[in-house]
Design a protein around this ligand. Structure first.
Ligand code: ZN
Length: 157
């Protein structure tokens, strides 16, 4: 199996059987995101404890395989991280999707980075980039409480 096939397999797996597709009990942060270009919708729920650590993260929504896989992989990797670590991972991912060949963060294991790199294929398809970044921008909104509902169309990447 080559790398491209491995990446496709991981996306299909997460797209068909999304992890953390549910609503967190007693969540204390949430935000909704919408990608009208593709019809993807996501609602992210976060439970941060008193040390600003992510005790639980989940999502509800529907959309294409890329958007569902991205939300599924993201929530898997973010659980257990502290808020500042979450922001570092988000920035690293968005920079990778935008322009970099690799992820730089030391907060993730190699196999975790491989899961995120699966989504790097969207770079060749600008329309799909929005599908891949929707849940990430929505997570930023949830953490910062900047907007309750974001429209990915207005985001640069
Ligand atoms: Zn989509």
């Amino acid at each position: 199996m080559n790398l491209k096939e491995l990446y496709q397999e991981i996306i299909l797996d997460h797209g068909k059987n999304p992890r953390n597709l549910r609503k967190t009990d007693n969540f204390n942060k949430d935000a909704k995101g919408h990608n009208p270009l593709c019809g993807d919708k996501v609602h992210i729920f976060l439970k941060l404890n008193e040390n600003k650590k992510v005790e639980d993260i989940s999502f509800e929504g529907q959309g294409c395989a890329i958007s569902m896989a991205s939300a599924s992989i993201m929530t898997d990797l973010i659980k257990g991280k502290e808020e500042n670590e979450v922001k570092e991972i988000i920035n690293d991912f968005l920079e990778m999707i935008k322009e970099k060949d690799n992820l730089n963060t030391k907060l993730l294991e190699e196999d975790e980075k491989t899961k995120l790199m699966c989504l790097s294929g969207v770079k060749q398809y600008p329309m799909r980039v929005k599908c891949a970044t929707l849940s990430w921008h929505t997570l930023i909104s949830a953490i910062d409480k900047s907007q309750n509902e974001i429209n990915i169309e207005s985001k640069e990447i």
